[in-house]
Design a protein around this ligand. Sequence first.
Ligand SMILES: [Zn+2]
Length: 411
Amino acid sequence: MPAVRLAARWVLPVDGPPIAAGAVLIGADGRVAAIGPDASVPAPPGVPQRRFPDGAIAPGFVNVHTHLELSGFEGQVEDDDFAGWIRRLRELKDRRSRDEYRAAARRGIRDAWAMGVTTVADTGDRGVVLEALAECGGSGVVYQEVFGPHPDQLETSLRDLKAKVAEQRGFESERLRLGVSPHAPYTVSAPLYRAVSGYARSERLPIAVHLAESPAETQLLRAAAGPFADAWGRRGIPLPPLPGRSPVAWLDAQGVLGPETLCIHLVQVDAEDVGRLAGAGVAVAHCPGSNRRHGHGVAPLRQLRAAGLRVGVGTDSVASVASVDLRAEARAARALAELSWDDALALVTYEGAKALGLERQVGTLTAGKWGDAVVIRLTDTRPPVEQVMSGENAVVATYVGGRPVFEGIRA
Ligand SMILES: [Zn+2]
C-alpha cells in the first residue's frame, strides 16, 4: 500500500484546533505519520501528493449503525405500522439469494465511502458483510444477528449463531471485528438473551441490540399487550410475565448490558433507564432519521450525553431512511440536542469511535492512528467545521488507511 501526502486549505484533526493550510502524511503502513501545517509535514521523495486548495480534510466518519446487506431496499418497505413494517421486510429479505446479499453488501460499503464513512458498525443475519468488508479493504465491527422469540428456539438459534460466527472468524483482522446481535426484545426470548450474552463474553465478542425503539416494544414488555404481543399470541409465543418492566430494565435483567454492548435507538427511555444504562457503561447508537421515519418518537440525546454515555450516530438501513447520509443524521442530532458544529463533527468521528471502543485506532487525525480521511469541498466563508458538516458541501474523496476508496467532485 503506497504512502500518500494530502494537503488542503483546512485540516480538521478533531483532537485539536483546525489547521489552516494543513497537510497529513499517511505512511505505507496505512497509519498517519505526520499532521500539521503544510510547511512542517515531511514530503518524502516518491510519495504521491494530493492537493485540495478548496477542500477540508477531516477524519473518516464512523457510522455506528448500518444494515449494509439491506442495500437496494430503498423505498420498498412502506408499511406505517412498525410490526407490519418488520413483517414486510422479512418477506422481502426471503426473496434475495446469497449472491444478491453479497452484491448488496459491497454496494452498501461503496455507498458508505461515498458519504465519507470509513468505519461502520453493521448488523445483519446473512453473514455476508464482514467478508465483503475484508474483500473491499473496509473497516468496522460486524455484529451477526440472531433471532428466536420462542424459548423453545433457544438451542437452534444458538447453534446457528455459533456456526455463523465460526464461519466468519477468518475475516477478522486489525481493521475488522466480529460481534453478535441478539436482534431486539420483540424477536429474542429472555433465555436466548442470557445464553447469547454468556457466549459473547466467553468469546470476547461485542454485542449490539436494538433497544427501546418503538412504543409497541414498550407495550409488549410493560403490559404484555400491543401489536407485538398480538403477533406473539398468534404464534403461540409465551408473553412476558406481569407486572412488566421497561425494555432497558428487562434487558438488564437478562445480563446483556455492559461496556461491550451497543444499544441502538434508545427512544423509549426514562430517567431511571438512563441511570441504569450509564451504570452499565453501554454505548449508544443514536439514529434520529430512522426514529422519525417510523414515528417512534425522539430519543433523549441530551440526557444520554449528560449521563456520560458514549454516543455515536447511525443511519440505520436504507429500508428505513432511503439514504445513508451520516452527516444528515449528525445535523438532526445537533438540532435535537442544541449542539455546536464541533460537537456534531465529533459525534461522527471521535465519539462514534469511542462508542465502538476504537478511539485509539480511528476517529481523529492523529499520528499513529489509521489514515482514514474524508475531504469535503469548501464553498464559502463559513467556518470549515460548519461547511464539513453541511449538506451543501460535497464529499471530494475518501481514504481508508491512506488508500483512495472514493473520488467525487474536484476541490
Ligand atoms: Zn437497525
